[in-house]
Design a protein around this ligand. Structure first.
Ligand code: GTP
Length: 365
């Protein structure tokens, strides 16, 4: 999953390794000429390459950082003697540029890419590399934290929220046509059943001909009840009926489908607001395709504006190689990705785990 992005992230590691290798070869000479640098003093070690950790420690009290936050000669000498790496702005310039291009090519949203770059730059420069031993580890740790910060925005434990909420819990699904809303509802109904929660489906897609038949097929296959009205009916009324049915029959969760709509169709977006008002769902989940990249990110924003979403489901992650939507949606909307659709079967849904995603993106295998 997301192999394209994974390759590009490992390109960044290689870039930084290449640029610091050149630097490390140069650094003994720099340290070997005490006084040749403006920051050097008589107490400077005899040469970076030969300096021992003890010698370097001896100058610790005098260790200074120049005004522009560049490491001083002492710092460089000590770092070299103790086997650590000094990474300077200029070492990162080209790798960061390449990383930015790689993220944008992978459909990562611009503000998200910038946030990742800022945080990588900040954690790689200066003193924050003490615990790491190699440049590769330094890059990995910086990328890990930068990615996790943007991907994990707003995360909450979906199962716990279902467990703790008053029943029935009403969940409404929104999104554009054909992205996998109805299939995701069926998958989630199975996911809930596996955890002991009953659910009823309510078809708020009264707009599209054939919508009732489509969701009916899923309901029949799964043995779930379905609440539906005729085509042209009021979607808010259908979902409302679903809630009443769940209350009367002691059902834990109402899963309300809605018509696929473009964020530009004003009347349909107004309809979503009405559902929000009439039904007051416990959660509204936005569904879109991982493969839609930036489009999915923009749509998430628009739908969130029309009827505030609580989280997102990204479908077709099995077919995606760019990963941009998975990286960007949470940061841009402030709402978490909760599930990934990973195929067409009812079991092909998985809880979105930011830590696991970051680890797999940085996995060198
Ligand atoms: N590969 C893959 N296909 C999926 C996934 N989720 C849904 N699909 C397929 O995407 C197609 C559209 O899914 P639907 O559930 O009909 O989409 P929808 O958003 O309800 O569509 P409308 O009702 O037209 O708005 C179907 O062929 C699904 O089998 C997924 O995670 N992976």
């Amino acid at each position: 999953m997301f192999d394209g992005l994974k390759d590009k992230l490992s390109g960044f590691r290689e870039d930084v390794e290449a640029s610091t290798e050149v630097d490390e070869e140069a650094s003994p000479e720099e340290g070997a000429a005490p006084g040749s640098d403006a920051d050097a003093s008589d107490e400077a070690p005899e040469g970076g390459a030969a300096a021992t950790a003890a010698e370097a420690d001896a100058v610790e009290a005098d260790e200074t950082t120049s005004d522009d936050d560049e490491p001083s000669t002492f710092q460089r000498a000590k770092a070299f003697a103790t086997g650590r790496i000094i990474i300077e702005e200029e070492d990162l310039e080209e790798p960061l540029w390449n990383l930015e291009m790689a993220l944008l090519e992978s459909d990562v949203e611009m503000s998200v890419a910038e946030q990742i770059l800022d945080s990588v730059r900040e954690s790689m420069l200066g003193e924050s590399r003490k615990q790491v031993e190699t440049t590769g580890e330094l890059v990995e740790s910086a990328l890990h934290d930068a990615l996790l910060d943007v991907i994990a925005v707003g995360q909450f434990d979906f199962e716990q929220r279902i467990a703790e909420a008053d029943k029935p819990v009403t969940i409404v699904f929104t999104g554009v046509n054909g992205v996998g809303k109805t299939t995701s509802i069926a998958k989630l109904s199975e996911w809930l059943a596996d955890r002991g929660y009953s659910s009823v489906l309510a078809n708020g897609d009264t707009y599209r001909a054939g919508a009732n038949e489509q969701i009916r097929e899923h309901a029949d296959r799964l043995g779930r009840d379905l609440i539906s009205h005729d085509q042209g009916g009021d979607p808010a009324a259908v979902i409302y009926d679903g809630v009443e049915y769940a209350e009367a029959n002691d059902i834990d969760v109402v899963l309300g489908d809605t018509a696929g709509r473009l964020h530009t169709s004003d009347d349909l977006m107004a309809q979503l607001e009405k559902i929000d008002r009439v039904v007051d769902p416990d959660m509204t989940l936005f569904v879109d395709e991982a493969v839609a990249g930036q489009d999915a990110v923009n749509r998430a924003k628009e739908f969130d504006d029309a009827a505030a979403i609580d989280g997102a489901i990204l479908t077709k992650a099995d077919a995606d190689s760019s990963g941009g939507a998975a990286i960007s949606v949470a940061y841009v909307t402030g709402k978490p990705i909760l599930f990934l659709g990973t195929g067409q079967g009812y079991d092909d849904i998985t809880r979105f785990d930011p830590e696991a995603l970051v680890e797999s993106l940085l996995d060198e295998e």
